[in-house]
Design a protein around this ligand. Structure first.
Ligand code: SF4
Ligand code: MG
Length: 318
């Protein structure tokens, strides 16, 4: 496992420990170096907010985010800038995140030059290299983003993120706007880049099909809390949390295009005013009265997986 390898390397030669993430609501979990962590949940569950906090775009109001063992809030400006470059976000809609007044050579090449990673004289050649890496034709580098197709714009967004030499890529619904065939090409590109560059991914999606396909582990979020975290295979084969079970029951397995979260009993409550106790209790088919007052902690189950439901192991939730 990559995290064990990283820990041994840390002991032996002092190499950095895997990046750590402390998430909302006193929930703490670690993103392991080199893994793909899928972060799933219905819209409004807080997964995009969490992704933005991890990437440094948003600051948590309380709690800490640690990168390679260091608290990001306690870093010096230079350290924070270094960590900020190391963790890059790839957005859902490449068009709205690509400056329409810039040519691709500047969209991709500006930040690495500004941060001193590349000399101005080398920008052109560096951009060509980045474009080749993501499967774009470098001879198109003087065009504007709107002159490319949706799939090519997604690749431009990825090249821009890669250009600052990150170690972690956070992909927030990065393929959601694309046709299914283009989407799978981009997912394959992500996996090729992971193999070539040893990247770590946090892959945010409402689409369980996408996340199942590429994740090593999956964290399931509900109303700002992580309710289950397990290896992708285990999670699909044997979901433990009642919410995860409800989600998986909703996945129509024969229609990959329709792998959406729909039809769990009741509406998702507002994140601004979440239910007491276990946030899931109004919609949970196995809730007991105590669930309305007692907040379940995310705890370790046999096998090292995590779930936040007090009834698991008491023969009730199963
Ligand atoms: Fe359902 Fe209670 Fe478990 Fe929450 S704690 S998931 S309401 S059984
Ligand atoms: Mg979102």
């Amino acid at each position: 496992k990559p995290d064990i390898a990283a820990r041994i390397a840390h002991k032996l030669v002092g190499s950095p420990l895997p990046p750590r993430v402390r998430a909302v609501d006193d929930v703490s979990f670690t993103v392991r170096q080199g893994e793909v962590l899928g972060l799933v949940g219905e819209s409004g569950c807080g997964k995009s907010t969490l992704a933005r906090m991890i990437s440094g775009i948003l600051s948590p109001t309380s709690g800490r985010i640690r990168f390679e063992g260091a608290d990001m809030a306690a870093m010096s400006a230079a350290e924070r800038r270094r960590a900020g470059l190391a963790v890059q976000m790839v957005f859902q809609d490449p068009m709205s995140s690509l400056n329409p007044r810039l040519r691709v050579v500047d969209i991709i090449g500006e930040a690495p030059v500004a941060h001193g990673l590349v000399k101005p004289a080398d920008q052109d050649g560096y951009v060509c290299e980045m474009m080749e890496r993501v499967g774009l034709d470098p001879s198109t580098r003087y065009l504007y983003a709107h002159q490319f197709s949706g799939g090519q714009r997604a690749r431009i967004g990825i090249a821009r993120a890669l250009a600052v030499q990150p170690r972690v890529l956070i992909c927030d619904e990065s393929t959601a706007a694309l046709d299914v065939s283009i989407q799978s090409q981009i997912l394959n590109l992500f996996m090729d880049l992971r193999a070539q560059m040893g990247l770590t991914y946090i892959f945010v999606s409402h689409d369980l099909g996408v996340v199942q396909h590429i994740s090593d582990r999956i964290a399931v979020m509900y109303l700002g809390r992580v309710v289950e975290l397990a290896g992708a295979e285990e999670l699909f084969a044997d979901p433990q949390h009642p919410y995860t079970r409800a989600l998986l029951a909703e996945v129509p397995r024969l229609e990959p295009k329709k792998r959406q979260f729909t039809g769990i009993k009741g509406e998702m409550p507002s994140p601004l005013n979440p239910p007491s106790g276990c946030h899931f209790h109004p919609r949970c088919s196995v809730a007991v009265p105590a669930c309305a007052t007692r907040r379940p902690a995310l705890r370790e189950l046999p096998g090292g997986r995590l779930a936040a439901c007090d009834l698991i192991g008491e023969g009730v939730a199963g």
